[in-house]
Design a protein around this ligand. Structure first.
Ligand code: GMT
Length: 387
């Protein structure tokens, strides 16, 4: 048996897929007996109640009158080093390359080579930020100085290699769901609050940034609603929301769209939906589509990034080129009108989420990486997920 590890995890602790993955991974590793130390500027929002083996270390930013911009990155690197030294961390696992991979590199320089750094690339840290010439070289440095790098889809691995000219190995570690949380919830009461029995429910969950193409969400919905009476539930908040509200009002759809704002209990909310809409411009994986899949909800989305690695076209959802809202709406209508096909898609979603993207399998892949970089014998077996 491998010995339990002491693992520091840094992520963006507020709403966002990378923070969710990092937090859920930490919770699962803690259940497996590892000692997990979250190092972040605030408590990760999914951490929830007290759990054995989990510790939280808050990064306090030093302000001083000479600073125009208080240096958060340096405070984070110092905190990583202090935690590593005080508790004897084996691994620093950072999620999202910017600035976390560089902070981890600095922490390692301070702590010594005994501390190993694992960086997980999540998406826009590469697909957007690594396109920026001002950041490209420092992102490449963070990746090269990591002891292991993982990415959440094959597509993201490919993009990282192309954009940054990286030839070092990158491990594939897909996003995952905890099947104790993500399963189809009973929600008939809740559904009645939002939709009439004859209406279908379409849903979109995101941070409403331009990359999510939320205007397309409304266009797809309007085209579906013209054929099948439907409601659109929007979950989350972000910069495009005011523009979206104006568009919804102009299209005369105000009484058909429900804004739920930010919600923590995604499994409950998503169970209300018949379809998830994810027409993103870029999407390295699409955690929200996996969460929907695990609750039996097919996704209609774009052929962007890693989405096709998750959503099998014609099996667990339908995909069309980015911006092709006519095609996405046509797919949605086709699926919603065919009861037998919809039931098949729903079953395929449940099977795929539980077998391919279960927490036990993906967390074991991460453990394997940790032991490998530490030079310890890898005695982790990757379990076959049970439905
Ligand atoms: O890269 C981002 O935009 C942020 C990040 C986040 O924190 O939400 O999202 C990315 O990471 C998720 C978890 O790995 C993936 O499921 C999302 O697809 C990915 N977002 C994008 O690529 C736009």
């Amino acid at each position: 048996m491998n010995r339990p590890l002491k693992i520091g995890i840094t992520c963006y602790p507020s709403l966002g897929g990378s923070g969710v993955v990092a937090t859920e991974l930490g919770k699962i590793l803690a259940e497996k007996g590892h000692e997990i130390h979250f190092i972040a500027h605030s408590m990760p929002f999914r951490l929830g109640k007290f759990q054995r083996n989990i510790y939280y270390h808050e990064v306090e930013v030093t302000d001083y009158y000479v600073f125009r911009y208080p240096p958060y990155d340096l405070s984070l690197a110092s905190k990583m080093h202090q935690v590593a030294r005080n508790v004897g961390l084996d691994i620093l696992h950072v999620h999202y390359a910017v600035p976390h991979a560089i902070c981890a590199y600095l922490a390692k320089e301070m702590s010594g080579d005994g501390l190993k750094v694992v960086t997980t690339l999540h998406g826009t840290d590469i697909t957007v930020l690594a396109q920026n010439e001002a950041l490209k070289d420092i992102i490449r440095l963070g990746i090269r100085k990591s002891d292991a790098v993982t990415a959440v889809s094959q597509d993201l691995i490919k993009e990282t290699r192309e954009l940054l000219d990286i030839s070092e190995p990158i491990d594939l570690t897909y996003n995952f769901v905890d099947k104790r949380i993500y399963y189809p919830r009973e929600c008939s009461d809740l559904r009645r609050d939002y939709a009439e029995p004859h209406e279908k429910v379409l849903m979109h969950i995101s941070n409403f940034r331009p990359v999510k193409r939320t205007m397309d969400v409304v266009d797809i919905f309007a085209k579906v609603n013209a054929k099948i009476p439907s409601k659109l539930i929007l979950v989350g908040e972000g910069p495009d929301l005011p523009k979206l509200q104006t568009k919804i009002a102009k299209m005369g759809l105000t009484d058909r769209v429900i804004f739920l704002g930010k919600q923590d209990d995604v499994a409950q909310v998503v169970s209300v939906a018949d379809l998830m809409l994810l027409p993103s411009e870029k999407e390295s994986f699409g955690l929200v589509a996996l969460e929907a899949m695990a609750c039996g909800v097919p996704t209609i989305g774009s052929l962007a990034g890693g989405i096709p690695e998750l959503v099998q076209h014609g099996v667990t959802g339908y995909l069309a080129p980015v911006g092709d809202t006519d095609q996405m709406a046509a797919f949605a209508v086709e699926l919603l009108q065919d009861t037998k096909r919809y039931a098949d898609f729903r079953e395929a979603c449940l099977q795929r989420a539980r077998h391919e993207f279960c927490d036990a399998k993906i967390s074991a892949q991460y453990e394997e990486i940790y032991y490998r970089v530490l030079g310890l014998p890898v005695e982790v077996s990757i379990p076959v997920c049970q439905a």
